[in-house]
Ligand binder design. Sequence first.
Ligand code: SF4
Ligand code: SF4
Length: 423
Amino acid sequence: MIRRSFFTLTKLRLDYDLVEPDTKEPESIPIPSNLILLLNEPIDSTKIAIIKTGDTVKKGEKLRLYNESYEYTISPVSGTISEIDTYSDDFGNNSTYFIIKNDLNQAGGADTLKYDLKDGIASADEFLRTLPGAPPLKTLASDDIKIKTIVINCGDTDLLSTTSQYVTLNFLDEIKQGAKLLKKITNVPKLCITIPENLNIQGEFDSIQVFKTSMKYPSNLPAMVLKKHLNLVLPPGHTPEDLGVCFISAEAVASLAKAYKTKSPCFEKILTIIDKQGTRYRVKATIGTSLQKIFKTFSIHVNEQDRIIIGGPMKGFATYTPVHPVQPDMDTVIIQDRDVIPELSDTPCVNCGKCIRICPANIPVNVLVRYLEADQYEEAADRYDLESCIECGLCAYVCTAKIPLFQYIRLGKHELLKLKADV
Ligand code: SF4
Ligand code: SF4
């Protein structure tokens, strides 16, 4: 899984980009004739599936593999399931993909299912997990996790992306309605909202506590917001949820408001696309649309060895296929030309110490990575703070030897989790 560093010789600024003030309507991508949906559950050949190729589905219908399945996805169109198969992510984890052949006769959406949404988080969790922005409804509905604070994040979580700021500027009323709705259906006592300090937002937020976040990366990451604004330090190996704090994107909150208003799901995801020259495009695409279709709209030609990065340059991951579908939590897609992708580094660490100096979690990254390179994940955690990493990617950005430090760390954390699960 270790890949080359995403950083090219071009110098990145470590400031979040500010969204353009006169935001234009996003380019709307027509709904394709085939959509690809991912489901976070692997196919189990020992079980009898309740869904099969050739089944017809309605727009808004829940798709589950087995009667007892907890995971689901929602079909954004009416049509026919033309394929169900295994999807492997970049860690080699298996899940499932469906291809839905869009019934173009029903494109008007007159047959969209209506949901009987009640004023409780369990009802929202039953139908709305795959809304644009991917609201963390599983977490909020869980009996095992006690959330006391919800933080609505209006800042972008990686460099170059401006999707969250765009949504905040253009759907502020929906975000405010969604915040009220969240409070009502979750009964969580405290609601906060992060607003980038340079974003020109007018009006009040009633009882919501507003945190103005710096434009310097990585101030929008959950661990940084917890520390600076809620005075909470994330212990190693823990998540914000362990501290009773749940983060939700601005787009997810706006989507919840829309879904409750119409009693039906919405599927149009806002994305920032950045082409090989660095030109930024704002797009509205139906969840399940292949990225290739979006690239064609802007005449972006993807060559054999070009790299498609989902997410930003700091925290994103590369996908191996241009037909990767638009996902509910996908904010940014960057296309890197094969000629500017850095060579695979075979330079050893030169002990310059830059990674240690920049790390916000004070991790001895240069030593940590030696343990990770040797697959010694438990030692990396016990002795060199692997689990304290807040996954900002800054160490890889500054590394003199261009070692893909962040990719080693992500893999190390993943392997550590597997080791713990095996105990
Ligand atoms: S990604 Fe690197 S710089 Fe960021 S917290 Fe983790 S080890 Fe530190
Ligand atoms: S920045 Fe890279 S080369 Fe420098 S000490 Fe860290 S790992 Fe070694």
